[in-house]
Design a protein around this ligand. Structure first.
Ligand SMILES: [Zn+2]
Length: 505
């Protein structure tokens, strides 16, 4: 049978991708890439067409398989997938270090950059070569052999540690729940969240209600639940996830991992001649030095701290005068802030929900994007996805497809928290002139629909959706044909929030 992770489909065949395909695909791609790189690196007179362009094809091949595996690991996590993901991650990290420390390949790129006709390449092509040379240096190509090996070991350990870190967060989030049988314990919590808690209980084959640490369950308790003890319990479970404190203290503790990560980042930066990891991190960013970053943060703190202190004092006074609470605690802040807002402005995010059913918000978002960017967006329910909640869409202009994306909007078991955009395919044009269209994954963790009622979003969730779609448009409406600098590729990370915040605002 064909391995669907090795085929050249623009849209991955999600119905056919199995866990057993994953490591085989990565093994095969890595071994083919290694062979091709050995040949590419041995050129006397490399050009864009004989070196950079074929290297992009190799990168694209790998990232097209890896993007699907990483995505599934994020949205459909399981013990089996985790094992395979970990193995693949190890192999890819090793391969990446090996490529960036390949002195012959680096020499070939230097020759390409030194050619008389280098200046005739497009700006995107030159930028791609410059970034590649920078990344050879940051990957340790200039180091003596012994230090190259130290660097490789540090990279491998760092990849493993960060992966364990996020697995711990996911496990700690998903393993805690609070079973409630007496509805009065949930007094004050809005109906939509009560329905969600009933549904969560049914999924666990329990009576009554289940509160989880998924945001759509956690947040209404913190904001509306009159039961202070319950708020405290849920709050403590949430903020102590994956730590040495709280109800699961020590079980998924990330404290030692953080210390290990910091130590290795520091050593790695020192190897490369930086004073610290912050300097290493800025090597690919827009901010010029660590002083610039600290000045910015201090300025921000100077401006916001007095306002925050004043608001906090107001809230304390309000809770004391109106509710007799003399010791405002962390688990009270959301609750009394909401009470204060209702008293002062007579408006609550909860009362806005009926105006934001997801089946109106999504078409509304599309209409805004269609108007602003002169495109059309169409749902393609026939396209295979990884879950019934996920749908594919095509973006086109005058009937010509420009890009594709997937929406996966609701929180569920096995899915990592938060909201993010990730690339599935990157736009670029290969040597034969064929264009690969960009494809994006847009993932959120909104309140799921309950009992056939449409999901009603909060205004915050609407904002998040616009934000992520801004990242998506950045990736999808790129006009660049060079893989490393197309869409969000090669964009400095301290600039990458611009399109998302633009659309959000
Ligand atoms: Zn963002």
């Amino acid at each position: 049978m064909n391995n669907p992770l090795l085929t050249q489909d623009l849209l991955p065949k999600f119905d056919h991708v199995r866990i057993e395909h994953m490591e085989t695909a990565i093994d095969q791609i890595l071994s083919e890439n290694r062979m091709k790189i050995a040949t590419l690196a041995q050129q006397d007179d490399p050009t864009w067409e004989t070196l950079a362009q074929p290297m992009q094809a190799l990168d694209d091949h790998l990232s097209n398989a890896w993007s699907v595996i990483s995505h599934l690991n994020g949205v459909k996590n399981s013990d089996d997938l985790r094992k395979v993901y970990k193995n693949c991650l190890e192999k890819i990290t090793e391969y990446s270090t090996e490529v960036s420390q390949n002195a012959a390949l680096c020499e070939a790129y230097k020759k390409l950059a030194a050619r008389d006709d280098f200046k005739d390449l497009s700006e995107a092509q030159r930028k791609s070569v410059e970034n590649t040379l920078r990344d050879f240096h940051l990957g340790g190509v200039d180091l003596p052999e012994e230090q190259k090996q130290q660097y490789a070991a540090l990279s491998r350990e760092l990849a493993e540690l960060s992966n364990r870190f996020s697995d711990n967060v996911l496990d700690a989030t998903q393993n805690w729940h609070k079973h409630i049988t007496d509805a009065s314990e949930l007094a004050g919590v809005p109906e939509s969240a009560i329905d969600g808690a009933k549904q969560a209980a049914r999924q666990k084959e329990l009576d009554g209600y289940v509160i989880t640490l998924d945001f759509p369950s956690f947040f209404p308790v913190m904001t509306y639940c009159d039961n202070r003890d319950l708020r405290r319990e849920v709050y403590e479970a949430f903020v102590t996830r994956a730590s040495d404190q709280g109800p699961d203290a020590g079980t998924w503790d990330n404290t030692p991992l953080m210390a290990e990560i910091l130590k290795r980042r520091h050593s790695l930066s020192k190897l490369l001649g930086f004073n610290n990891y912050a300097e290493r991190s800025l090597a690919t960013k827009m901010a010029r030095n660590t002083d610039e970053v600290l000045d910015f943060l201090n300025q921000l703190a100077d401006k916001s701290k007095p306002v925050a202190e004043q608001e906090y004092a107001e809230l304390k006074a309000f809770a004391r005068d109106e509710y007799g609470v003399d010791d405002l605690q962390a688990w009270d802040v959301g609750y009394y802030s909401e009470k204060l807002r209702q008293q002062r402005y007579d408006i609550s995010p909860e009362t806005l929900r009926p105006w934001f059913p997801v089946d109106k918000v999504v078409p509304g978002l599309f209409r805004v994007a269609e108007k602003l960017f002169d495109v059309q967006i169409e749902a393609k329910p026939e396209v295979e996805t990884w879950h019934e909640d996920a749908t594919a869409y095509c973006i086109s202009r005058n009937g010509e497809p420009l890009a594709w994306f997937y929406f996966d909007l609701f929180a569920r078991q096995g899915k990592r928290g938060g909201a993010w955009m990730a690339d599935c395919r990157v736009r670029w044009r290969n040597l034969r002139g064929q264009l690969q269209l960009p494809v994006a994954f847009l993932t959120c963790n909104f309140t799921p629909p309950v009992d056939g009622k449409p999901s009603l979003l909060t205004h915050d969730e609407v904002t998040t959706l616009f934000h992520e779609f801004g990242h998506g448009l950045h990736h999808m409406l790129t006009q660049v044909d060079v893989l490393d600098v197309s869409g969000i590729n090669g964009v400095a990370w301290d600039a990458v929030e611009l399109p998302s915040q633009f659309l959000e605002n």
